[in-house]
Structure formats: C-alpha cells, structure tokens
Write a protein that binds this ligand. Sequence first.
Ligand SMILES: N[C@@H](CCC(=O)N[C@@H](CS)C(=O)NCC(=O)O)C(=O)O
Length: 232
Amino acid sequence: MTFPNAHPIATRWPASHPDRIQLYSFPTPNGVKASIALEEMGLPYEAHKVTLADADVKSDAFLALNPNNKIPAIIDPNGPDGEPVAMFESGAILIYLAEKTGRFIGKTATEKAKVIQWLMFQMGGVGPMFGQLGFFYKFAGSQIEDPRPQERYINEAKRLLNVVETALEGQDWIAGDYSIADIALGPWLGALEFYGAREVTGWDNHPRTVAYLERFLARPAVQRGRLIPSRD
Ligand SMILES: N[C@@H](CCC(=O)N[C@@H](CS)C(=O)NCC(=O)O)C(=O)O
C-alpha cells in the first residue's frame, strides 16, 4: 500500500484518491483556511471530516498525523522532493501550498516578507485572541463571574481590529495583493459574528475592515472553501 493510505490516518479516514492532496479538517476558522487555499489554488484534493470531538481529533489515527490534536492537517502525496509530505498548523500549510503553486505569497522577496508578516499577525494574534474571546464571551467561559477575562479579550479584539483597519488604508488586501495572509485573516474576522461579538468589539466602527470581509466573502473560492468539509 502506498502513502497516504499507508499512513495510520487512513485506518479511520481512507483516501479514495490517494494521488490527490488529503485534507483532514472541519469548517472552523482555522480549518477553512486550508480548504479556501486549496480552492483558490485549484489543487486537486480530497477532504475528510475530522470533527472537534475527542473521538476524532484525539483518536490515535489523527494523533499520528497531528500530535497537537487540532485540525487542519494535510498529506501531499507529491511533496517537493518527490516524497509525500504530512503537515499540520494552518499557517505552515498555507505557506507550503503557496510555495508549491507559486501563488498568493507575493512575487518579490519584499512582498513575500509582508505576506508572511501579516500571516504571522493572524496566527499569533487575531486567531488566539479572537478564539479566547469566543470562549469567554459566547461559550463555557461566559459563565465566569469575574469580568476580567471577558474584558481582556474584548479589549484585545478591539485593539487588533484597529490594527487591521489602519493597515487597510489605501489597499484592498492586508499585505497588498490578495494572499494567504487574507486567507488566514478573513475567516477569523467572520468569527466575530458567530460569537455574537460584533457590537461589543465595535465592528461597525471599522468601515474598511467591514468592506474587506465582504470583499473576501464574495470570492467564489472562499464561498466554496468555507463549506468544506461539509458538517453533514
Ligand atoms: N494553531 C493551530 C490551531 C488549530 C485549532 O485551534 N484547531 C481547532 C479548531 S479551530 C481544533 O482542532 N480544536 C480541537 C481541540 O483543540 O481539541 C492552527 O492554526 O492550525
């Protein structure tokens, strides 16, 4: 048996098209970064639904691919050295796919540096902070009486929205041309609505960011990718 069906992940999620990139994911803000990138780049792939339930993300089969028990993860049977490559961490996956195709990562070294900078801003800032906001504002943490966790993440989300708003002055996309930095950032900006946190973070006071998200969501590849894999 050849990779990826030789990988332990295939005991739970076998590949029907082992010649294609295998995506193991769920349609969350981190998960859809990978599916949107694959759609934007026109790469053939096969999506497997790995839910956030322990029975999936903490299964032995999935841990063999991502010991950090989080989606998304991929296997590319045609890696750069002619060997298969297995990867986790959405930011790393975006860089890998962009370099594989030469798309959405800037054309010059300076443009690439800017794209990576804004991608890291999402990975280290917007994703973790908005994620904590979701926990303390909408999910289990909202029951905590101490107001400080909510205040902290609301203020941090506001601060990050202002950074985005300022960066978008005079440009349509966060790093110049449309790039993997937008593919990373767009889904997380959209998450504020899901958390019911638009009002509390002053979303409407950020007109460039509001228009930016609409521009992002209007892209056909984004509309396809954000529904993959299907929750059903
Ligand atoms: N830094 C990781 C974060 C991925 C992540 O947090 N994934 C969440 C869903 S959005 C997950 O799989 N959670 C399951 C768990 O933690 O058990 C990345 O960007 O890939």
